[in-house]
Design a protein around this ligand. Structure first.
Ligand code: ADP
Length: 563
């Protein structure tokens, strides 16, 4: 008899039910309404038209309502028709977070086109590669970043038009027939109806930098976006409702702004966008002045905002954070100085991106502060819809959920990608048995809560055993004089690799390498202690604000302790 291995806590072997199908099964009698992005659009247009969308700019906050936004979005659909964009043409955006960007978020998929959000911080060669690979037909660009895009335009072989959006930037606009003005196009356009029938139609795409090779394109469907939206508004995840004012600091070009740009309209929450004003002071002031209740961004953003928000009155109820490990010390500092800890989430561009969240479970309500902090520093549990497992590298052998065994984290669910868009040969996202490989190494506890140990490529291999760079960083960052710390492996003749800690000291503070090591001694195993501590001015960041270990590794490629 076939058996199934179920993970802890079930732990028992179950037999497969022996029911037999006789003919056609009884089907349900429910309507088959497609799960589409335009249904989110119609919902907010009809039911929450009076709510506000505020966008910051160098000259102040610009306000609109969902009603005004909806009419403009319908007109933008008309513009895409007038511009002659193909039925499933890729509509590129090169823009900050703004109400206009949100118009594109809905008008492109609403008319069957595919929104392609380009990361404004990528290198020129990567931008050219991505625009050509996706075959963008038009790119909508904020005026302040036009100088980054325009010099590349002749290398982007499929782009016919560039539509400039005024964001308060002063950059010169070259005299060229291919350049059009957003507001002029909109003023001349007629509103259109949105009616996507096939929920499996591509809605948007986003490229992930990945570890090796070329950037890889993830193509989201209307259905995956709708279901991800339904998931992130759940109380266990971001818990958004009509009573919220949401501010995605995470860029709209970074994995759908973690779903917030769809989720806020889907529940009628007000929206606040930072626009090009991304300095920590601007973010802190917006939170206070606009009555923001929910916000989200990568750890480096919250690191910068902390001293500017500490002690001020605010209306925040959640600060979402992910994209890389959230240092426990950062979350605790928020709890003490801002009045609420950070809400950690885990995910990838390939998972839409939210695939788990670490909202404190009620079983820990009476636990001590240290236990609560430890729970919050995990990646947390997946929402309904996402399944997880850890496996022995390169196999489909699942590992126990005992919080000790570590293996590759794999996920499965309706908003997890099956494969990449036209991948390079050899790039396989899925396992033979249909799970998505994440490239993250994790342990899972008995309640199914994920603890990310590291990214596979960042683990440090010492004497055949693995050292988690994330755990070391967390421990170093709990030193009061440390602002940031990144740990990389450096070659070692005997041990293969040994950890090197690159540490940024807080302004006005001092600390020695010996003091850092002494701080680590009670926190980690002896053989994990870094061989060297180097002080750096700042940890290099990737295009989406994460620690760039790749850059650190090349900077310290020749480094030997004591040299
Ligand atoms: P990129 O590969 O360009 O960084 P993504 O933004 O899709 O693209 O990054 C996904 C990766 O970010 C995950 O595979 C994981 O390594 C890391 N990550 C995301 N959230 C967390 C988290 N809460 N803790 C630790 N790592 C995280």
């Amino acid at each position: 008899m076939p058996t199934l291995h179920l993970p802890a806590p079930v732990g028992e072997e179950c037999t497969v039910s022996s029911f037999r199908e006789r003919g056609r099964p009884l089907l349900g009698h429910m309507q088959q309404t497609p799960l589409t992005i335009d249904s989110i659009f119609r919902y907010v247009e009809r039911h929450h038209g009076d709510k506000t969308i505020a966008t910051n700019s160098p000259t102040g906050v610009v306000r609109t309502t969902y009603s005004e936004w909806a009419l403009r979005t319908r007109k933008l659909g008309g513009v895409l028709d007038t511009l002659g964009i193909s039925a499933d043409g890729r509509v590129g955006t090169f823009a900050w977070n703004s109400a206009r960007h949100l118009e594109l978020y809905f008008a492109a998929p609403g008319t069957g086109r595919v929104l392609h959000t380009l990361n404004i911080r990528l290198f020129p060669e990567q931008l050219t590669y991505i625009a050509n690979h996706a075959e963008d037909e038009v790119i909508f660009v904020d005026r302040s970043v036009l100088p980054l895009l325009w010099p590349l335009i002749d290398t982007m072989t499929t782009v016919r038009q560039v539509v400039v959006m005024e964001d308060g930037g002063q950059a010169d606009i070259p005299a060229d027939d291919r350049i059009l003005d957003y507001e002029e196009l909109l003023a001349a356009a007629s509103p259109v109806d949105f009616h996507v029938e096939d929920e499996n139609r591509a809605a948007s795409m986003c490229y992930t930098s990945g570890t090796t090779g070329n950037p890889k394109g993830v193509v989201y469907t209307h259905r995956s976006t709708f279901l991800h939206t339904m998931s992130v508004v759940q109380p266990n995840v971001f818990g958004l409702s009509e009573r919220d004012v949401a501010m995605p600091v995470v860029p709209m070009f970074h994995a759908n702004a973690w779903g917030i740009a769809h989720a806020a309209p889907a529940v009628g929450a007000g929206l606040v966008f930072p626009g090009p004003v991304m300095a920590p002071q601007g973010i802190a002031d917006l939170i206070v002045d606009e009555g923001v209740t929910f916000t989200a961004g990568v750890p480096t953003i919250w690191q910068g905002v902390l001293p500017l928000l500490a002690g001020r009155e605010h209306t925040l109820r959640d600060i979402g954070c992910g994209g890389s490990a959230v240092p426990a010390a950062l979350s605790e500092a928020y709890r003490e100085q801002v009045g609420l800890p950070i809400l950690q989430a885990w995910g990838m561009t390939e998972t839409h991106p939210v695939a788990s969240s670490a909202r404190l479970a009620s079983r820990y309500a009476d636990a001590d502060d240290a236990t609560k902090a430890a729970q919050r520093s995990r990646a947390g549990v997946p929402p309904l819809g996402v399944e997880i497992r850890i496996v022995e590298a390169g196999t489909t052998d699942t590992l126990a959920w005992d919080d000790d065994a570590t293996g590759e984290l794999q996920v499965r669910g309706p908003w997890c990608a099956q494969d990449y868009y036209r991948p390079d040969s050899g790039v396989e996202l899925s396992t033979v048995d249909g799970w998505m490989k994440t490239g993250d190494v994790a342990a899972i506890d008995v309640h199914g809560s994920i603890r990310i140990a590291d990214r596979t490529k960042d683990l440090i291999k010492s004497g055949g055993e693995w050292i988690s760079s994330v755990e070391l960083e967390n421990a170093i960052m709990s030193h009061p004089a440390v602002k940031e710390a990144a740990v990389i492996g450096i070659p070692h003749p005997r041990w293969d690799e040994r950890p090197l800690a690159c540490v940024v000291v807080k302004e006005g503070q001092t600390v020695t390498p010996a003091e850092i090591i002494a701080h680590l001694e009670p926190l980690v195993a002896k053989w994990w202690l870094p061989d060297a501590v180097e002080f750096v001015d700042e940890v290099p960041k990737t295009s989406v604000g994460k620690f760039s270990k790749k850059d650190l590794r090349s900077r310290f490629a020749e480094y030997r302790p004591g040299s």
